[in-house]
Design a binder for this molecule. Structure first.
Ligand SMILES: [Zn+2]
Ligand SMILES: [Zn+2]
Length: 270
């Protein structure tokens, strides 16, 4: 059974509930430890990232709640850093998730905004070539390898978020696969832990977690480390589809997942 979730948001960024509400919901759902993973400040104004000036107050609130709930549920101070986030000190966090939420194209289009944006950036920025957009995305994700504080790689194939609604990408195409595998290889070599992330299920966009079954199988073949996370933005999603994620991890051949214990990530049998 999965008893930890290190990926959740709150009203400090684009989540719908307070941190304390998220902690209490996690405890009620049977988790024994949680991490709060604030969206790091971005260089442009967004409706989802936390502005730089609020960081000290966020840190103080999580540290206070950590104390308040000590002995009941372990609370970790985290951050979801984006490769294009504003420069900030990542060493003060208990753990860091490294993610990519944009393709590196004009206007900085979000890869997980909505199906219309996905259709538009592929058509306008990549001349309708979805493989080129995938190459750009996975090229960005590789940069997480160079950031030692980021031990976890967030939602590996986030670009496919809307592929059950529309069909924007072709993960079977040789160019898509090559780009994804190149990023995975580099991130594995850097010792990163890959999330099996159920966030899009709770939000009704997908019926399966990231990464795809195929990429998860490849991760196992390549000797990657994995963890399971909810990417929860609401109290109802704190352990969303964890049974399914655990089954997918086992079916892919993994016998353990990595969890944060104190200051270290350690493998735990599943
Ligand atoms: Zn994210
Ligand atoms: Zn997130």
């Amino acid at each position: 059974m999965i008893t930890q979730n290190l990926h959740m948001h709150s009203t400090w960024d684009d989540g719908k509930n307070s941190i304390e509400e998220m902690i209490l919901a996690s405890k009620a759902a049977g988790l024994t430890s949680v991490g709060v993973s604030l969206h790091a400040p971005m260089p442009v104004a967004t409706d989802w990232a936390c502005p730089m000036e609020k960081i000290p107050a966020y840190v103080a609130e999580v540290r206070a709640l950590q104390q308040k709930y000590a002995g009941e549920i372990d609370v970790y101070l985290g951050i979801e850093w984006d490769v294009t986030a504003q420069e900030l000190d990542l060493t003060m966090y208990d753990y860091v998730i490294g993610s990519v939420h944009h393709v590196p194209a004009e206007g900085f289009p979000g890869v997980d905004s909505n199906p219309e944006t996905t259709e538009k950036y592929i058509r306008e920025q990549y001349a309708g070539d979805a493989d080129a957009a995938a190459e750009a995305y996975f090229g960005e994700l590789k940069k997480v390898a160079a950031r030692p504080e980021a031990k976890i790689v967030g939602h590996l194939d986030l670009i496919t978020k809307f592929d059950e609604i529309g069909h924007f990408f072709n993960p079977e195409s040789p160019r898509y696969r090559k780009a994804a595998l190149a990023a995975m290889e580099k991130l594995i070599a850097a010792g990163k832990i890959f999330e099996v992330n159920t966030g899009a299920i709770s939000r009704g966009y997908r019926t399966t977690p990231y990464p795809s079954k195929e990429l998860l199988g490849k991760l196992h073949e390549m000797g990657a480390k994995v963890t399971v996370s909810a990417d929860a933005h609401h109290v109802t999603g704190v352990t969303c589809a964890f049974d399914l994620a655990e089954k997918m991890v086992k079916d892919a051949g993994f016998e353990e997942i990595w969890v944060l214990q104190g200051k270290e990530f350690v493998p735990v049998k599943i």
